[in-house]
Design a protein around this ligand. Structure first.
Ligand code: PAF
Length: 282
């Protein structure tokens, strides 16, 4: 595995691969890699000739300076994991390499980016669109892999791809969970032992909400009962729970309203001061 730190070397490597007709799988990450990332890398490895993984804590998508400052950075462990997965290129640039000057682009991301995370974290999705569009332009992937834990992010990236006209396939990959149901996240390391013991309740409550739907309740009622169940659990505080069309991310009033992609319940919960997100399909 080659560790690449410059944009010019990455371009050279991918251009050579493309010239030989190789397919390129890109896995964009912010590092602090765990088994969830590993599943994306393994899938990219199985489906492409060349695998590029980027490790870059993108400052433009953080709307909270403390969150950016304390975001876990574990480069040595990350490169060991990527090497073990048979990655060809680990792209680990500095901030100035990616942003030699401020990125002032504003993407017209539309309604998918206006609800839930978009409403709670102003500017976050524009920052995601900035970095992912740069990575796509640089790595020229045939396929790009994203975890479904960040469910809304995938819809936003699809919109950015449409706006920018990138010719590539977005591959959504299922959430990887701990044995007790907690969705894997780089932020889980911030959970105290007490919070870590409570956090699996989030997934348990989401699963219960599927059973509530089966009793014949509509999406608004399921959403409000689910949010109430989260808030009734000591140590958990829901920021939102919304049941949305899984493609448009817009809240639905009836199950029939969801299009071909179905409905998803998306949640953000504070657990011991750590902001966790999760989702479930109905
Ligand atoms: O999901 C993430 O880790 C980040 O938002 C991404 C897609 C790597 C962009 O920085």
């Amino acid at each position: 595995m080659e560790i690449i730190r410059t944009v010019s070397r990455l371009s050279e490597a991918v251009d050579a691969a493309r010239a030989k007709g190789c397919s390129i799988g890109l896995v964009p990450t912010m590092g602090a890699l765990h088994a969830g990332h590993r599943s994306l890398v393994e899938r990219a490895r199985a489906e492409n000739d060349i695998v590029v993984v980027s490790v870059f804590v993108n400052p433009t998508q953080f709307n909270n300076a403390d969150d950016l400052r304390t975001y876990p950075r574990t480069e040595e462990a990350d490169t060991a994991l990527l090497e073990a997965c048979g990655v060809d290129y680990a792209f680990i640039p500095s901030v100035s390499e990616i942003y030699p000057e401020p990125d002032t682009r504003v993407f017209d991301l539309g309604p998918v980016a206006e609800v839930m995370e978009g409403a709670m974290r102003p500017g976050h999705f524009n920052g995601v669109a900035q970095i992912v569009s740069k990575l796509f332009a640089l790595a020229k992937p045939t396929r790009a892999y994203f975890g479904e834990k960040d469910f809304q992010q995938i819809a936003v990236i699809r919109r950015m791809v449409e706006l920018e006209g990138f010719d590539l396939e977005i591959v959504p990959c299922p959430i990887v969970r701990e044995a007790d149901g907690l969705a894997l996240s780089s932020r889980n390391v911030r959970l105290s032992p007490e919070a870590r013991a409570i956090a699996p309740q989030i997934h348990r409550i989401l699963e219960e909400s599927v059973a509530i739907k089966a009793q014949g309740k509509g999406p608004r009622e399921v959403a409000s009962l689910t949010e109430a169940a989260i808030n009734a659990t000591e140590g958990l505080e829901a920021e939102y729970y919304q049941i949305v069309d899984a493609r448009t991310m817009q809240p639905i009033d009836s199950w029939e309203e969801a299009g071909d992609c179905g409905a998803a319940g998306c949640v953000t919960v504070y657990c011991g001061g750590v902001r966790l997100i999760d989702n479930i399909k109905y």
